[in-house]
Design a protein around this ligand. Structure first.
Ligand code: PGA
Length: 249
């Protein structure tokens, strides 16, 4: 199981240090649960100093597809590696919605992340109109195909996929465990088709969208749910720790 906190554009440097310290002192090394946190870029270095040696892994929320160059405001994969990142979230729905990211762009970033030994957490998920039109499986299938184009894997641990229905993110409205199970099974079949049975079966598929301490266990119990990508609830140590606890059961 894998539980990753996506802090989004929250917490200043002092608060980032405080929250990561609280997690380190409570979590120590997890047996069956891997834990990652993704602070804003400006806090990565400071949070890495806190996490170092703890077993909690660091991730970024986005990156540029080039190594370096004239791309004002952007951050590259080598820069993320240099500050200790293991993961990078790519194609989050907020990036797709507010920053016009496309599947083709996500695929170029995922290839670049792999080239620099970062583990991409590639996000997919349908909007509410797409769900209501019963297009969710088609939409997610297309996102997976196009966002993972040219991505080569030697091992399942080199990629994470997060299913995040857009209508469940930050809305307090969670997909039902049945909806999550059905979609994760669908994603698993696509991954097995794309990367072969052995690798496809081992890729972690996270659910994200209003995961809270009181619904985490029901979601994590379902087949093909290998953990969660946690937004709002990752900003409070107690809530995030309860969610990690739910994954441990
Ligand atoms: P949420 O966000 O848990 O606040 O719904 C999840 C995400 O966007 O990764």
């Amino acid at each position: 199981m894998l539980v990753v906190g996506n802090w989004k554009m929250n917490l200043d440097l002092a608060a980032a240090r405080q929250l990561s310290s609280a997690l380190v002192s409570s979590l120590g090394r997890q047996d069956h649960v891997e834990v990652g946190i993704c602070p804003p870029f400006v806090a990565l270095d400071a949070v890495y100093s806190v996490l170092h040696g703890s077993g909690i892994r660091l991730g970024a929320q986005n990156m540029h597809e080039a190594d370096n160059g004239a791309f004002t405001g952007e951050v590259s994969a080598p820069m993320l590696r240099a500050v200790g990142c293991h993961y990078v979230i790519l194609g989050h729905s907020e990036r797709r919605q507010f920053f016009v990211e496309t599947d083709a762009g996500v695929s170029r970033k995922a290839v670049q992340a792999r080239a620099h030994r970062l583990v991409p957490i590639v996000c997919v998920g349908e909007s509410l109109p797409e769900r209501e039109a019963e297009q969710h499986e088609t939409v997610v299938q297309r996102q997976l195909r196009e966002s993972l184009e040219n991505v080569e894997l030697n091992h399942a641990s080199e990629l994470v996929v997060a299913y995040e229905p857009v209508w469940a993110i930050g809305t307090g409205r969670t997909a039902s465990p049945e909806q999550v199970e059905a979609m994760h099974g669908h994603i698993r079949r696509q991954l097995e088709h794309r990367f072969g049975r052995t690798i496809g079966a081992g890729i972690a598929i996270l659910y994200g969208g209003s995961v809270k301490p009181d619904n985490a266990a029901d979601l994590f119990d379902r087949p093909d749910v290998d953990g969660g990508l946690i937004g709002g609830a990752s900003l409070k140590a107690d809530d995030f720790l309860s969610i990690v606890q739910a994954a441990r059961r």
